[in-house]
Structure formats: C-alpha cells, structure tokens
Design a protein around this ligand. Structure first.
Ligand SMILES: Cc1cc2nc3c(=O)[nH]c(=O)nc-3n(C[C@H](O)[C@H](O)[C@H](O)COP(=O)(O)OP(=O)(O)OC[C@H]3O[C@@H](n4cnc5c(N)ncnc54)[C@H](O)[C@@H]3O)c2cc1C
Ligand code: SF4
Length: 561
C-alpha cells in the first residue's frame, strides 16, 4: 500500500465523511484512516430484523453488555441490535474523578456515530455565534452566520433535510425537503401555543436528515422506525449512506479501516505536520503515512487525545498547544428537564407507521430580552404519542378480551417536552492524558473532568417551569414534571477542547479550523467549537468541515500549504 497522499483524513464518521468527500471531489488523493472495522450494509444493517429473530429477543446478552459496554449501554440506542455500533468499553477506557461521572458514548467502525445518530439538524444563528462576545463566557467566535450560511446550504442540499420554514431569526431556515407531518395532538399544541404566546414560542416539526422524497439516488423514508440500526434504503444521512460513496465515486479515495491513529508527526523546521503514525488495530504493527494536509475528524475528544499525544521538542504539551488551552472548555448539552401530560380528545385518531422524528420547540429565552437567572438558552424536543400495548402493564384485565382491547383500544394522547440546554464554555471542564491508563493499543487514555455549572442548573429550573406552563396553555391534563439530571456526555453532543478563536494566545484553531501553529493541520469535528448553543451540533461540524476543505484546497493551489 502506498504511504504518501495529498491529504489524510482521520475518522470516517459524520465530519470525516464530509472531509473525504469534499477533498476528493476537489481533486486530492485522500487516505481515510478509520480505527474501527468495515461495515457492509447488506449484512450489518438490522433495522428490519424483528425481536423474535434476535438471540436474546431484543433484551441483549446482559452479562456480556454489563462486562464490555457498561457505559455504552446507558445510551438509549445501544441495544441488542445496534450494540455492535458502539465501542467496547474495556478496549477503549477513560478515567474521571469519582465525583464527576462522564458518559462518553462512541462508535468505532466505518461511519462512526453517523450510523446511530438521531439525525436532528438545526442551523446556528448570529445569536449563537455572537454569544461569547456578548456575555464574556468563552472567546469570541472568529466567524458569524454569514460565513457559514452558504456551507449550511451546501450540506443540506446534499444530505437532504426535511423541515418546515418558520422565518425565525434565532433558528434560520434551510434548504428543506417537505416536512414530516405533525400528529394531531402536536398540531393542537402548536395552535394553542400560537394563541397564547404568538410567535414568541413556536412548536415546529423536527428538522431531520431523513428523506421525505427520493433524493440524489437515495430513497424516501418508509417510516420503519429504528434508524439507529442502519437503513438499507439509505433514507437517512450517514457517511456510509452518502458521503463515503460520493468520495469513492471520484476514484481518489483510499479507505483503510482498522487503522488507529496514535499521533501526528511534525517537522519543526518547516512548521508543518508531515503525516500520522498508525497502529494496525489487528496486527498492532506501527505504520507511518505522509500527506501535505491532515484533517482530524476522530470526534471531539478523540481528536484532542491525538493532539495531546503528539509531542515534540517544539510542542511538549501536545501539538499546537503553546497556550495550555488544548483540552479545556469541554461542553455537552444538558437534557432531562421538562414536562409531559395528557392531551384530551382526538381519540378517533391514531398515527400510522413509526415516524422517526419528533417536534422542536424553538428557543425563546434570552432571544430579545434577558432572563434574570441565566444567560444563553434552551429548546425543547419531544412529541405526541398514543399509548398502546405498553400501557398493558398498568391495566387490569384478563384473557382474550383483554388482549383484544389492548390492540383495538389505544390509550389517550400524551405529549412530552424535554429541554436541550446550552452549556457554557468553562476552563475547569477539561480533558488530559491519564498518567497510567492506556487503551488496548497502548495509547494513553483520557482523563475527563466535567460537570454542569450554576448557569445550566438555573436553566433546568426554568425548563420545568416553562414546559409545564405551555402544556397548561395547551389544555393538557395530568401534567408531570420531568427532572432527571443525566451525567455530562450522555447527551452525546460533547464538544470543544481545541476551540476556534481570533487570537492564537487563547485558542487552538483559526477561523478556518487550521491549528494556528501548524497551518496544514485542520481540526473540523466538534473539538473546534468555541461555544455549544442549544441546537444539535453535527450539521455545524459538517458545514465547518466543507468550508475548511474548500479553504485548504485553495491554499494548496496557491502553494501556501
Ligand atoms: C444515539 C445518538 C444520537 C445522536 N443524535 C444526534 C442528533 O440528533 N443530532 C446531532 O447533531 N448529533 C447527534 N448525535 C451526535 C453525533 O453522532 C456526533 O456529533 C457526530 O457523529 C460527530 O461526528 P464526528 O465526525 O466528530 O465523530 P464520529 O461520527 O463519532 O466519528 C469519529 C470516527 O473517528 C474514528 N476514530 C476515533 N479515534 C480514531 C483514531 N485514533 N484513529 C482513527 N480513527 C479514529 C471513530 O472510529 C469514528 O468512526 C447523536 C449521537 C448518538 C450516538
Ligand atoms: S425510519 Fe426511515 S430513515 Fe429510519 S431506518 Fe426506516 S426507512 Fe430508514
């Protein structure tokens, strides 16, 4: 196998797939290095396999899961079907202080977490890109919405996003395919909220990277439901379903699975990264690959781990880390606070198919005014459902009539709203290399120090209050507050630790995701984020990646890299 390429991309997940596609389409020979194994949709996707066809009827081999995936199993999507798309925690350890648990949910295979992700995609606005500058938490973003908007367009046109245009400044509209339909109870709540709060509180259908019409050779969704198990019709966006085939079609992609990148090599004389050192995941052999530019897309914390582990005379504390910022300002969103209730009526209506999407209640706090207790904001996700089979465990009955009534008579409509809150960038939320722990390949593991702060906690209180208030306004009954704090990491939007900024003294990356001190090294996954906003972040990683790839190739053409 050749060892010299124009570009190396590390990681084949959501952002790495985009780097590979954009760089190959711009004419570069690209080596895509992926730590995990290959995926064959024909045999590995299992969304249509039924519980009775599974060895453990969907419950999983619980002793094995407890032993090998004690952390991953806490993710709702890690079950007997899709557990294979989540890492083995024994082989991929990390440590935390005892009083600061962190749930690091990862996928290690071609496609990364793009196979299991929830596909919710929301643009950021200037409210988000300007937030750090406005309230002084974190450093100012080096870009604004106008810089990234064309790249959101570019990404959305390719991945296919279904959604409803709402014309709200804080949640810009995009290049939408037709929206998925509301359920009747959701339409009811949307209309009641509009009556009570006007355009201040807008409930819209989730914007998601799932096709509602055939698109670029991929088929429209048929509402089978369990997307985290794969999608043989390629109806939702994943690297395997979309970006990797596009990159391969150029004839310029070399994908090497089972390639664990251990570090990046650096030439101090030229001030350039020269290549990467890989440990073959199966043979443990060490191999060096060279390239003119390198894109790090191993996921937020893995990319930072590689940088921290890339030590040289010039950078004894990690590549590009001249200011001690690398590893700091880790963020995740917060989740688990809101309310649910019963929506009376509509009992002659039921939903058909398993819509793989919910509703989105757009941020309304600190948009035009300022809340006295906290900065930044939150949005709600959730949806309406009709209780069915599951309610049987709480009902009294016996025999054939009882079973029949469970099938024919569904329960009332329920509606839930759960908050996704913005997390502030704080210096004391950080990762470092653990002094003793290593992974299966002998690479130092991370020690993760992360907790939510006072601002997030103040938001949680308000989420519960406003969710209850809105369900009341919608005429819901039997309203119950949801107050379940989950440990950071479990929202699976971990980001930051190699942030972008305007000043090399306080950030690791410039406005085009280049490491300030190593301009041919780009970090375009979530590590680059200077703040977290409250929107699901992956579409912003994709747009930043496409933007950085275009910039990199321009610089190469001008012989500046
Ligand atoms: C259940 C679930 C639901 C989610 N829902 C949403 C959602 O609705 N919306 C949203 O925006 N986000 C969601 N996310 C988060 C989303 O999946 C991530 O933000 C996204 O995948 C990050 O992309 P990435 O390219 O940085 O990393 P990943 O997609 O994780 O890919 C990283 C890749 O790098 C590889 N890698 C790691 N280390 C190395 C190494 N040393 N050498 C070589 N390769 C390496 C990994 O094996 C992996 O394939 C969800 C995640 C999960 C698990
Ligand atoms: S619900 Fe739609 S997107 Fe999800 S797996 Fe089924 S067909 Fe694919």
């Amino acid at each position: 196998m050749r060892t010299r390429y124009d570009a190396i991309v590390v990681g084949s997940g959501i952002s790495g797939g985009w780097a590979a596609k954009e760089l190959t389409e711009r004419g570069l020979q690209v080596l895509l290095l992926e730590a995990g194994g290959p995926i064959d949709p024909a045999t590995d996707y299992v969304e249509h396999v039924q519980a009775w066809e599974m060895p453990f009827r969907g419950w999983g081999d619980r002793a094995k899961i407890e032993r090998e995936q004690p952390i991953q199993k806490d993710c709702y999507a890690c079950d007997e079907w899709s557990g294979k798309f989540f890492v083995n925690d024994l082989e991929n350890p990390y440590t935390t202080p005892e009083d600061k648990p962190f749930s690091w949910i990862r996928g290690r295979q071609v496609g990364g977490r793009s196979i299991t992700w929830g596909r919710q995609v929301y643009r950021w606005s200037d409210l988000d890109f300007g937030a750090n500058a406005k309230d002084g938490h974190g450093v100012d973003w080096p870009i604004r919405y106008a810089d990234i908007a064309p790249w959101y367009d570019h990404v959305e046109r390719f991945i296919g996003v279904s959604g409803l245009a709402e014309g709200l400044d804080q949640l810009p509209d995009g290049q939408f395919l037709p929206p998925m339909q509301f359920r009747c109870a959701e339409t009811h709540v949307r209309e009641r909220l509009a009556r009570a709060f006007g355009r201040e509180r807008v409930l819209t259908i989730g914007r998601c990277a799932i096709l509602t019409a055939d698109h670029l050779g991929r088929k429209a969704c048929h509402y089978c439901g369990p997307c985290e198990r794969g999608c043989i019709t390629r109806s939702y966006f994943s690297s395997i379903n979309a970006t990797l085939p596009a990159a391969a079609a150029t004839g310029r992609l070399t994908l090497r699975p089972w390639s664990v990148v251990e570090s990046i090599q650096y030439d101090g004389k030229r001030r350039r990264a020269t290549g990467v050192r890989v440990i073959d995941a199966n043979t443990f052999e060490s191999i060096d690959f060279k390239a003119r530019i390198i894109f790090l897309n191993a996921s937020s914390l893995e990319s930072t781990r590689i940088l921290l582990n890339s030590k040289s005379r010039e950078f004894p504390d990690g590549l590009g880390n001249t200011n001690g910022v690398l590893g700091h300002y880790l963020m995740d969103h917060s989740m688990g606070h809101g309310a649910r209730g019963t929506i009376p009526g509509y009992e002659d209506h039921k939903s058909y198919g398993d819509r793989p999407n919910g509703i989105y209640l757009v941020r309304f706090r600190n948009v035009t005014d300022q809340h006295p207790d906290f900065v930044r904001g939150y949005a709600f996700q959730g949806g309406a459902w009709r209780s069915g089979w599951g309610r049987g465990s709480g009902m009294k009955g016996f025999g054939a009539d009882f079973k029949q009534s469970l099938i024919t008579d569904q329960g009332p409509w329920g509606m839930s709203l759960y908050g996704f809150g913005e997390c502030l960038p704080r210096h004391d939320n950080f990762v470092e290399l653990d002094a003793e722990q290593t992974d299966k390949w002998g690479i130092p593991a991370l020690r993760i120090n992360c907790s939510y702060g006072e601002n997030e906690q103040a938001q949680w209180k308000d989420m519960i209050h406003t969710a209850t208030e809105m369900l009341e306004a919608a005429g819901a009954t039997d309203i119950k507050e949801t107050n379940e704090t989950v440990s950071p990491g479990l929202v699976i939007h971990e980001m930051g630790t190699a942030r972008m900024g305007r000043d090399p003294k306080t950030s690791i990356l410039n406005g085009h995701n280049q490491v300030w001190d190593v301009p041919n090294l780009f970090v375009t996954d979530g590590a680059c984020m200077a703040s977290s906003a409250n929107q699901n972040p992956s579409i912003t990683y994709m747009a930043l990646t496409a933007r950085a790839a275009s910039h990199a190739v321009d610089l190469m053409k001008r012989r500046e890299l």
